[in-house]
Write a protein that binds this ligand. Structure first.
Ligand SMILES: Cc1cc2nc3c(=O)[nH]c(=O)nc-3n(C[C@H](O)[C@H](O)[C@H](O)COP(=O)(O)OP(=O)(O)OC[C@H]3O[C@@H](n4cnc5c(N)ncnc54)[C@H](O)[C@@H]3O)c2cc1C
Length: 380
């Protein structure tokens, strides 16, 4: 069984590097980079790298007892039961393949411009705007379209309705949104919403569970996006969009995944590409990720409902339940029961199981779950 990480321990960058980065478990979420107070780590090719000379795994601050990068990591050792215990009071049961679920609903924004800008039902954006405008949050760490490359994306801090709407929609390349927390801190913001896929949505939980308090305390809402993978930019936008489909990137208005890759153009065309064929362009950091449903978010959001224009929402934590009920009461979103789309829930369950199978068995710890398997027994 894997060792657990007490809040003060002797693990440090060398352990994180050798157990998570070098083994391919690192998703590139950047929680370690955010937590490092000494600017030891940079970000290259979607991974943390040691900037200072003794690298790749020898940190002088780590040798003196600093373990913040390791403690912040949402993939280090017993990350999953530790975060589950913090958020839900206990590790999950083996059959809880989608993590802890309070309720599943299908929802959409009531404001037409939010619904129009959103990827699915615009629910993420509607809640963010509502939170900013009523002062519950003072900033959002999310992603925006890149200024450098068309249809790439990058972390961004947004603080108002216009910013949220400009950032709405999904990009299928990787944006390490936790990195925006550094900018948010520079801006003096302290009541943040973090939006991100499961790899990123577990970061506030790992920080809180292991008392990386400086950063954990800044995140008030954690919004997770369902995700089975992201793609490399060269794979998605160069090889598939430009070379295989013959698209000019300027003519694309929306990209989506609904059982296949979908590209929509300004002149109303819909071009499709097989998800199976696209697998070769999966970003390497996604290949071992076991979390399809963003299991440590307050609320998780996905687009796999059968009807267009609705977001499937998983209400998970008491905080998520509270903010959801109040947003509904304020008329920000409308909803119907998830049971109206049993096919979507079954598909979500299947995709959750598929993702779980990616996690290497030698890295299972007690309290982790695998599809249909029991957790690794004591002494195993
Ligand atoms: C890479 C990726 C893969 C996904 N895969 C699936 C899937 O397989 N099945 C499924 O059901 N749903 C998937 N989703 C979620 C889905 O696309 C929608 O984000 C979700 O349904 C919420 O829709 P909405 O209209 O409520 O959100 P919106 O109101 O449109 O808000 C979306 C938010 O996501 C942020 N965002 C967009 N792109 C990224 C990115 N690359 N990285 C980080 N943040 C980003 C935006 O900035 C915005 O804040 C995926 C999302 C992403 C980004």
């Amino acid at each position: 069984m894997l060792a657990s990480v007490p809040a003060k321990d002797n693990t440090q960058w060398t352990h994180l590097y050798n157990e998570v980065v070098a083994t391919g478990l690192c998703t590139g979420c950047t929680a370690c980079i955010v937590a490092c107070p000494f600017h030891v780590l940079g970000y290259e090719d979607y991974k943390p790298v040691q900037l200072q000379e003794d690298g790749p795994d020898k940190c002088a601050h780590g040798d003196k007892g600093c373990s913040l990068c390791t403690l912040a990591c949402p993939r280090f050792r017993e990350w999953e039961p530790e975060i589950d215990r913090l958020l839900f009071g206990e590790p999950r049961q083996p059959d809880e393949v989608m993590g802890h679920v309070d309720e599943i609903v299908l929802a959409r924004a009531t404001a037409p411009e939010v619904l129009m800008q959103g990827q699915d039902g615009g629910v993420v954006s509607a809640l963010l705007i509502w939170g900013l405008e009523n002062g519950e949050i003072d900033g959002v760490c999310t992603s925006k379209l890149s200024d450098e490359r068309p249809w790439d994306c990058e972390p961004a801090v947004v603080t108002d309705r216009e910013g949220v709407l400009a950032a709405a929609g999904s990009r299928y390349t990787y944006s390490p949104n936790p990195l925006a927390m550094l900018k948010a801190a520079e801006m003096g913001l302290s009541k943040l919403a973090l939006v991100g896929m499961g790899c990123q949505a577990s970061a506030p939980g790992s920080m809180a569970a292991r008392r990386v308090n400086k950063w954990a305390k800044k995140v008030h809402w954690t919004f997770g996006l369902l995700c089975s993978k992201s793609f490399t930019y060269d794979g998605l936008m160069v090889e598939i969009a430009q070379k295989e489909l013959g698209l000019d990137l300027d003519e694309i208005v929306r990209v989506n995944i609904k059982g296949k890759l979908l590209f929509y153009t300004k002149d109303g065309r819909e071009l499709t590409y097989s998800l199976k064929k696209s697998h070769q362009y999966t970003r390497p950091g996604c290949l071992r990720c076991p979390d399809f449903t963003a299991e440590h978010a307050d609320l998780s959001f996905g687009g796999l409902g059968q009807g267009e224009g609705w977001t499937l929402v998983i209400i998970r934590t008491p905080k998520g339940r509270d903010l959801w009920d109040r947003a509904v009461a304020d008329g920000v979103v409308e909803w119907r029961p998830g049971s109206e789309d049993e096919g979507a829930i079954e598909l979500m369950r299947k995709l959750a199981v598929k993702s779980l199978e990616r996690w290497p068995s030698e890295h299972l710890s007690e309290g982790s779950r695998t599809p249909g398997l029991v957790p690794v027994a004591e002494g195993a």
